[in-house]
Design a protein around this ligand. Sequence first.
Ligand code: NAD
Ligand code: ZN
Length: 350
Amino acid sequence: MSHRPNDMIALAKTKAEPGLWMGRYPVPEIGPEDVLIKINKTGICGTDIHIWNWDDWASQTVPVPLITGHEFAGEIVEIGAQVEGLSIGQRVSGEGHLVGKLSRQSRSGKFHLDPETRGIGVNEQGAFAQYLKLPAFNVVPLPDDIPDEIGAILDPLGNAVHTALSFNLVSEDVLITGAGPIGIMAAAVARHVGARNVVITDINQDRLALAEQVTDVVAVNVANEDLKDVIARLGLKEGFDVGMEMSGNQAALDQMVEAMVMGGQIAMLGIPPGKSPVDWSRIVFKAITIKGVYGREIFETWYKMISMLQNGLDVSKVITHEFPVAAFETGFGEMLTGSSGKVVLDWTSS
Ligand code: NAD
Ligand code: ZN
């Protein structure tokens, strides 16, 4: 491209210690099946906080140096020779999981189950940069009515949508444990698709207050209220029909199993730390189905979430902070409090 700059600003893990550092890097060279995306906005994910903190998972997973970040919206500025159906200037987001095409599941069209999946900003160069190289296969065009800040949170909204659409929620009573950004968005999705009661739990009052601002939910602080009382208050005779575990906390899963109806269905997105004890006999005697949920269905989840956003799903209030990228340390600071919603960084002024 004629106006291709030589280098760009990016946020990278350059030392094996807590923090991220802003530096200048070469603009990525794209291959024949890639596009180059000029980044407008990015979301900070819980994963980025693990990488910032350099915890056990991050130090065992993330190579140094690496440009981090995987939640983004931007526009296409270069297109590889083999790419069809995309154009320069097109506004896009994209799937950050890079999948192989040879596994049993990929060949059956279930790309999200490919065992060779690699993540941008985790295993490969990421999106906290002025420019991102992405396979054209992973690009998801943004309709004009979806702004960049929503485009920048489609990755976690996709986690919420994937989990929420795992089981039929129409007229069902739904329990969500964990009112982080993803739990809150899952509550909004459950409402949107027609659940009867949506209850969300947390032990952080700020997060529960945010949930109530974003959508019509019953927010329960399980540090000082018993779920049994909530079940009685709502007039649920036998408990919740569908559960979504979105805290990664073992106590929350136990509580959920107890609060479910016989034959209830649980979708588990939350990642417990290491091995967690589970009372399997309760799960067997209650005939509960548990589904693990990873990532987003490629690309069915993307299709459904964009459709829902165009049909009245509003998650905009889950974005509690937006900063220019120069203030990224403040943005990460807000995330590190554990009480923020989504924090978005703006790259357009950088
Ligand atoms: P988050 O950490 O922001 O939110 C988790 C919330 O759970 C917090 O608000 C916390 O206070 C709350 N919590 C802690 N103990 C609780 C308890 N006993 N009962 C109820 N709530 C409790 O996380 P997030 O970014 O919203 O993500 C949600 C979960 O999903 C995390 O575990 C994350 O690691 C996981 N995740 C999984 C995937 C996947 O592909 N499977 C993708 C993204 C995130
Ligand atoms: Zn994410």
